[in-house]
Design a protein. Structure first.
Length: 280
């Protein structure tokens, strides 16, 4: 089974997405849903996907579980829930009992939008993470270089838990890279309970001036750090449309993975996502 482990649905006419207000995001400021994605999955040989949260909204998580319930190709949902809420455990139990609730595989929060780079280390957040892991859910790190030290400390604090790093922590590709990013990625990868999604890389480059050759050094670095058993493919559709079509993004990432070896490509396109999210 080939899995796209990172895609989104949204409708700006029905909800507010603060991160989408920038003028340069106008091309993707419209509704995207299962009917839009289905032909792209078929055309690119993808069997299933994981639907990932877009805003800090419990209502969105509930809607995504309903979508997953009605959409066989959506085999997992990484939703949102308030980690600082003292009744988080009850909330998670309620979500898992909704139609589609068995497809809730993880939780994510836009940590890189928090003013505090150590937000993950707050006592209330750490208590919330403990509630997730008590229910065998995965936590997705949505961080940049600035927040990686807190992510590293969190991964070490919960050695039996599972974490997934989204978008390889968004390396500053358009700026020519960063030694700080490289070093912190290596430190996070030393935590064996963290997987890394090679997703969202093209949109960290200059949108009209990138190719697989430009992305390859970054992908090679995370591959060297995480190894072939902890790399996960994700399209980041429809955000990726800012830089290229679904097919262009998939072909570029697949070419990079193939250069690292056939087993790297094969595992990143399915096997590793199953392990990270305990997909059935």
């Amino acid at each position: 089974m080939m899995i796209d482990a990172h895609q989104h649905f949204w409708d700006p006419a029905r909800a507010n997405y603060p991160w989408m207000n920038a003028p340069e995001l106008t091309p993707i400021r419209r509704a995207f849903g299962p009917a839009d994605l289905a032909p792209l999955l078929r055309a690119n040989g993808i069997d299933a996907s994981i639907l990932v949260q877009c805003r800090s909204s419990l209502e969105e998580t509930e809607e995504f579980l309903a979508v997953a319930h009605a959409t066989p190709t959506v085999i997992g949902v990484v939703g949102w829930a308030d980690l600082t809420n003292g009744s988080l455990g009850d909330t998670l139990d309620r979500l898992r009992n909704l139609p589609g609730g068995t497809k809730l595989v993880g939780i994510r929060h836009q940590v890189h939008d928090e003013a505090d780079p150590d937000w993950l280390l707050r006592a209330d957040v750490q208590r919330g993470l403990a509630e997730l892991f008590a229910r065998d859910l995965t936590y997705d790190f949505l961080v940049r270089t600035r927040e990686l030290p807190a992510a590293i400390a969190t991964a070490k604090a919960f050695p039996q838990a599972r974490f997934v790093l989204d978008h390889a922590a968004k390396p500053p590709i358009a700026d020519g890279g960063s030694v700080e990013w490289s070093d912190r990625i290596a430190a996070l990868a030393a935590c064996s309970n963290v997987w890394c999604k090679v997703s969202g890389l093209a949109t960290e480059a200059k949108w009209n001036d990138w190719d697989a050759e430009l992305l390859f050094p970054y992908l090679r670095h995370v591959a060297n750090c995480f190894g072939e058993d902890r790399l996960i493919f994700g399209s980041d559709w429809p955000v990726c449309l800012l830089a290229g079509s679904y097919g262009e993004i998939k072909r570029a990432l697949e070419a990079c993975l193939a250069k690292l070896g056939p087993s790297v490509r094969e595992k990143a396109l399915g096997v590793n996502a199953k392990a990270a999210y305990r997909l059935t």
